[in-house]
Design a protein around this ligand. Structure first.
Ligand code: HEM
Length: 205
């Protein structure tokens, strides 16, 4: 295996999904935080903020179908499968590498290859985000757009209130993911190498 070997990890459909999704989620986070105060922000009015949030939400939902169906009908879905073997051991190994090993010249515990596109921690975080957090935020978002769909009371609590809390908590979780995601993406051959990969499609080993 030569040092400059590269793998075509990110097909066009995945890159288009990722770009639209990233932009949409960033707009959702900014407008979401701004809506918490229910005041006109210095830059844009409250009703424009809500409209932007709704439009970005619909765009993220539509692009999610591209991701979901794309992962079902192409090879990409296989990278998201989690095996029982090494379920705890592998992410711990990767965590130790991120916290200690990479600062001490340790070798990568899970080098990437045609068979392994993500290290165990990346895989777990992508599965949590793409198969739990984003779907929950989309479903609760649709419910908040059409509140008449929401059950009125759940164990004495307002269904609308619980839906809004779940929507905000997942939104917060996605925001934290995004910060860690961008930091981890900067760990590579050079700090910008992975960002170039998600644009060109090619990952340098
Ligand atoms: C400014 C925003 C973002 C940047 C700069 C960014 C950057 C990257 C980069 C460099 C990669 C390829 C390397 C890697 O896997 O770490 C990647 C992959 C990925 N990103 Fe992002 N990302 C952003 C936003 C997001 C958001 C908001 C989500 C989800 C909510 C997301 C989910 C993913 C997933 C699931 C992959 C792997 C796709 C696959 O190969 O199947 N990203 N991102």
């Amino acid at each position: 295996m030569g040092k400059t070997e590269k793998i075509y990890f990110y097909p066009v459909w995945l890159r288009i999904w990722h770009g639209i999704n990233a932009l949409g989620i960033i707009i959702l986070i900014i407008t979401g935080i701004s809506m918490q105060s229910s005041l006109d922000s210095p830059l844009i009015g409250f009703s424009l903020t809500i409209n932007l949030h709704n439009i970005a939400g619909v765009v993220v939902m539509l692009s999610y179908f591209v991701f979901f169906i794309g992962n079902m009908v192409t090879n990409n879905g296989k990278y998201y499968l989690i095996k029982i073997k090494g379920f705890f051991k592998n992410p711990i190994k990767q965590g130790i590498y991120y916290a200690w090993g990479m600062f001490h010249g340790q070798k990568l515990p899970f080098p990437l290859s045609e068979k392994r596109k993500f290290n165990p921690l990346q895989k777990y975080s992508y599965v949590l985000i793409m198969y739990i957090a984003v779907p929950v935020v989309i479903i609760t978002g649709i419910a908040l757009l059409f509140p008449e769909l929401i059950i009125e009371e759940v164990y004495g609590f307002s269904g609308l209130f619980l839906t809004a809390i779940l929507h905000s908590v997942m939104g917060f979780f996605i925001s934290i993911f995004l910060i860690i995601h961008i930091y981890v993406a900067s760990i590579g051959k050079s700090p910008v190498d992975n960002f170039k990969s998600i644009i060109s499609g090619w990952h340098h080993l």
